[in-house]
Design a protein around this ligand. Structure first.
Ligand code: PTJ
Length: 245
């Protein structure tokens, strides 16, 4: 039991979720290490959503609304922290949820499907019993791509990746949106839209931004997207990291 007065209360609550998800077989063991890395970046960021992150969220919302076939990729960390919000995002935008794992086992795929279904998901793609395709150029199990899902997506959200996929997805002409607290990661550098912020803060803001923009004209949405420069935004994001007292 963490006392509410603890100065790192919110952060410790999130940590508890991560540990619980590991014990339940949802999270990979290295998912805990990945989370620790994220925590360190978030600490330097002051655990607040920066202005450049808000701009990236707006561009991401515009891209999702303009998409013909948006797909939301779910890994262990995403399922552990924001399963309900991912389901809400898919229902709001009409996009698919697809399980895609680096440390893929049938047991973890089942456990994550269970979490998403419990959070209200309808169809979940990326299961082992489907005829999964494989993206060329990716050596890891993360190459899996469902027909109608990641394989055919025009816009894809890939939160908390380790960099092997964003580049390949971009080269196949897809718009890649990532959420990664590390602005220097390969995924952040290779994606079309990189949101440098904690996924637990991003999802509610992204959902809200989609609601705000839902009735905007297509040319207005396109303008938001065209005005967004990912490399410039990453540079601005870096300025929000405090490494001095
Ligand atoms: O569930 P699986 O099998 O697909 O495995 C998922 C992990 C996360 C283990 C795998 O993708 C991995 O090893 O990722 P990396 O290389 O550790 O990269 C994860 C990135 O996410 C790092 O740059 C972290 O800083 C960042 N990160 C961690 N927690 C958060 C985060 N970014 C946003 N919000 C977080 N809560």
């Amino acid at each position: 039991m963490i006392p509410e007065s603890h100065p790192r209360y919110e952060s410790l609550l999130i940590r508890e979720k991560i540990v619980k998800a590991f014990k339940e077989g949802i999270l990979a063991d290295s998912g805990m290490i990945a989370h620790g890395r994220g925590e360190a970046f978030d600490y330097l960021l002051g655990e607040k959503t920066s202005t450049p992150a808000k701009m990236a969220i707006k561009a991401g919302a515009a891209a999702i609304l303009l998409a013909k076939n948006p797909v939301f990729s779910v890994n262990g960390n995403t399922a552990a922290l924001v399963a309900e919000e991912m389901v809400e995002l898919s229902l709001l935008s009409g996009g698919c949820l697809e399980i895609n794992l680096f440390h893929r086992t049938p047991q973890r795929v089942n456990a994550i499907e269970g979490v998403l279904k419990q959070a209200g998901a309808g169809k979940v793609l990326g299961l082992d019993d489907e005829k999964l395709k494989y993206l060329d150029g990716i050596e890891s199990p993360r190459a899996t791509a469902s027909p109608g899902g990641i394989y055919d997506a025009d816009v894809i959200l890939v939160p908390l990746e380790d960099g092997d996929r964003a580049d390949i997805l971009e080269k196949t002409g897809k718009t890649v949106i990532t959420i990664d607290l590390n602005p220097l990661s390969r995924t952040s550098r290779m994606s079309s839209i990189s949101i440098v912020d904690n996924i637990v803060r991003v999802l509610p803001l992204l959902i809200q931004e989609i609601r705000n923009l839902k009735r905007e004209r297509i040319d207005k949405l396109q303008q938001i997207l065209d005005n967004f420069d990912n490399q410039e935004n990453l540079k601005e994001s870096l300025k929000f990291f405090k490494i001095k007292k």
